[in-house]
Design a protein around this ligand. Structure first.
Ligand code: PLA
Length: 462
């Protein structure tokens, strides 16, 4: 049987070999023919022969790519890291540093991590598409306030996202799929990533006036005029507090005026809350604008970040909340958010959200967090005063009172591109080219060096 089979087999193999080689020859000639035709076509078009590079070719399929520029904010750190100077100072990215110039992990974060590690019942399973349920509830409560009617009425759909950036992006994609109006108005200036996030999220970006360089303050009238001229239903991006990069926030009265206009015109507010508690040191005071809008019963979106206020930068933890008219709508909104998230990154990471949920759900940890947060905010405010005093002491030309009037992580100094380049080249001080300084990166020891640099830059290039 074996022999018969094997001989039958070898006969079939020979037959199939033959047919394979016939097929192989046919394919070979077909490929040569196609190649010749496409090369002729190419030669006709371009006057010379060009092959499309493929994976097997010596030439890369990505040969045509140009070197992309560094990110305007994160690229400052790249340049800083390359500088060997011992006096170098990074005031580019908004990242909190201690008086010793070191990054800070909050004590409460360490404590929460200890608790998480000790709890052997915890796994590293996938979490739901919309994130940890407990984290979502607590995040919404943090921004909307204890006893918020919107939460009580179950009108808030929340999804844990990859921090502020991810929440904005998920929000943008959700709106571009499900909202009638695709135009979003952003302030001038704003965080440099905003227009990119919204464009790629499928929205069309327009701007409204915000900062007036003549007064170093809010261009309130310009803002209202531009929002008044916006098409009905347009989305409006609002910085909840500590506007980046200007450090200029509307007053409570101005917020009320903005709210009335937005509601009157039927515009849709989208809050970016990246600095709650970090601006004034009070979580409630920094949520004022959001709560004002939610208090009128209308709808809005909120992108929340725990990067700064819990120092969880690299853990990438934040949330998108959509406040809706009714519980029924909120349930549907959440179901649709999951459809946006699943093909993007499936579900969010577990660790950072577990830290936040642990802190927010424990009375003691929560209290200790508010104390640490206040210390960070106060240190930044004291840096403002020290820098202002140092410039006054040097008699640096100009009115520098905006340094102490502005709020949050940044001072929008008014220094121009050339002055910034000069400070980097001569003083090894790194900041974004728009003259924004991260006050959180300063310390009492480095203030004099920065003041010397600003003084020299203003005298030389003022
Ligand atoms: N929204 C605003 C207004 C921000 O300033 C930032 C961060 C974010 C959202 C996003 O931060 P997250 O994704 O880490 O939560 N802005 C920083 C960092 C601090 C950066 O550019 O990424 C800045 O230096 O402007």
């Amino acid at each position: 049987m074996m022999g018969k089979n094997s001989s039958a087999c070898s006969f079939e193999e020979k037959e199939s070999d033959k047919s394979l080689s016939v097929a192989g020859r046919r394919i070979g000639s077909l490929v040569r023919q196609l190649a010749a035709t496409s090369m002729e076509g190419q030669a006709d078009r371009d006057g010379d022969l060009r092959f499309q590079p493929t994976a097997g070719s010596a030439v890369s399929a990505f040969q045509h790519l140009e070197q992309a520029p560094e990110d305007p904010i994160l690229g400052v750190t790249v340049a800083y890291n390359k500088d060997p100077s011992p006096v170098k100072l990074n005031l580019g990215v908004g990242a909190y540093r201690t008086e010793e110039g070191k990054p800070l992990v909050l004590d409460v974060v360490r404590q929460a991590e200890e608790l998480l590690i000790q709890d052997r019942s915890r796994y590293k399973e996938y979490i739901p598409i919309a994130g940890l349920v407990e984290f979502n509830k607590l995040s919404a409560k943090l921004i909307l306030g204890d006893g918020s009617p919107a939460i009580g009425e179950k009108r808030v759909a929340t999804a844990q996202c990859l921090t502020g950036t991810g929440s904005l992006r998920v929000g943008a994609e959700f709106l571009s799929k499900h909202y009638s109006q695709h135009i979003i108005y952003i302030p001038v200036p704003t965080w440099g990533n905003h227009p990119k996030i919204f464009n790629l999220g499928g929205l069309s970006v327009k701007t409204y006036r915000y900062y007036d360089p003549r007064t170093s303050g809010l261009d309130y009238e310009g803002m209202l005029e531009d929002l008044h001229a916006a098409p009905p239903g347009a989305i409006v991006l609002l910085h909840a507090c500590a506007h980046n990069p200007t450090g200029v926030d509307p007053t409570q009265d101005q917020w009320e005026g903005i709210r009335q206009l937005i509601r009157l015109k039927g515009l849709l507010p989208f809050f970016d809350s990246a600095y709650q508690g970090f601006a004034s040191g009070s979580l409630d005071a920094d949520a004022y604008s959001v709560r004002l809008f939610v208090g009128d019963g209308g709808e809005c979106l909120i992108a929340q970040s725990f990067a700064k206020n819990m120092g969880l930068y690299g853990e990438r933890v934040g949330a998108l909340s959509i406040v809706c008219r009714s519980a029924t709508v909120a349930t549907r909104v959440e179901s649709q958010l999951k459809l946006v998230i699943r093909p993007m990154y499936s579900s969010p990471p577990i660790h950072g959200a577990s830290i936040v949920a642990t802190i927010l759900s424990d009375r003691n940890l929560y209290y200790n967090w508010t104390v640490e947060l206040k210390n960070m905010a106060d240190r930044i405010i004291s840096m403002r005063h020290q820098l202002y005093d140092a410039l006054k002491a040097r008699g640096t030309p100009g009115d520098w009172s905006h340094i102490i009037k502005q709020i949050g992580m940044f001072t929008f100094t008014g220094l121009n591109k050339d002055q910034v380049s000069f400070m980097t080249a001569e003083y090894h001080i790194y900041l974004t080219s728009d003259g924004r300084i991260s006050m959180a990166g300063l310390s009492s020891k480095t203030v004099p060096h920065l003041a010397d640099a600003i003084h020299a830059a203003v005298l030389r290039l003022g």
